[in-house]
Ligand binder design. Sequence first.
Ligand code: ADP
Ligand code: MG
Length: 237
Amino acid sequence: MHPVSLRKIAKVYHLDAVTVPALAEVSLDIRPGVFTVLSGPSGSGKTTLLNLIGCIDRPDEGEVIVADQAVQSMSDDALSDFRARHIGFVFQTFNLLPVLTAFENIEYPLVLAKMPAAARKKRVLELLDAVGLAERGDSRPGQLSGGQRQRVAIARALATAPKLVLADEPTANLDSQTGAAIIALMRKLQREHDASFVFSSHDPQVRAEADDVIFIRDGRIAGVEQRTAATQERAAS
Ligand SMILES: Nc1ncnc2c1ncn2[C@@H]1O[C@H](COP(=O)(O)OP(=O)(O)O)[C@@H](O)[C@H]1O
Ligand SMILES: [Mg+2]
C-alpha cells in the first residue's frame, strides 16, 4: 500500500480574469516509510502539491488517494476529520498559536483527538523531550528562536503519531546550521516512527537527506529518483 497516490492531477488558480495553471498531469506514488523530497524552484507547484496531498485543498481533475482512501468522495467535514487522524503538517511559517505555550501547542491536536488529560500530558512531555525542548514547555512561541519554534511545530505534527507527515519548506526560514539540525532531527523521528515524510524544498542540503526525490518543473513531474531500497535497508540493520 502506498501512503499517497496521485492520478492525473490538475490544479489551476483563478486570479481575477486570469487562469494560473499550477499542476498538470501529476501522477505519483509515495513509498511507505521513507523520506521523500519534492524538489523544484520557486513557483513550480510544490506548495500546491503538498496542500493536495495534505487534503487542505482539492484538485480540479484527477484522484488523490491517501491511506487507501479516495479523498474526493469525502465531505469537507469528513475530510478535516480524516486529516486530523492521518496527517501531520509542518508549515514553512510554523503556524503556532501565539497565545499558547509550547506545551499547549503540541497538546492541541491531542485535545481535538479527545485523548484523556493524563495521557496527553505524558505524550507532550515525551515529544518535548524528543525535540530537545524538555525545559521550554512553558515558553510561548514569541519567547523561542526560529529553530525552537520549528521544533515545536514538528512535535505538534507528530503528536497523534500520524503515518504521513508533510512539511512545506521546513528549513526555508532558518539559517543553514539550524536547518541542518532540524533535518537531522526529522530524519531520526521519521525512522523511529516508521512514518512516511514528504517535504517540499529547493534546498540541496534537504535533498541530500532524501530516500526519494521527486523533481517538479512548471507544475509537472520532471523526474523521480529512488536512492535507497528502504525495506531492504531496514531489514539489514
Ligand atoms: N492562491 C493562489 N492564487 C493564484 N495563483 C497561485 C496561488 N498559489 C499559487 N499560485 C501560483 O501557482 C503556481 C505554483 O505555486 P506554488 O505551488 O506556491 O509553488 P512553489 O511552492 O513551488 O513555490 C505559481 O505560478 C503561483 O504563482
Ligand atoms: Mg511553496
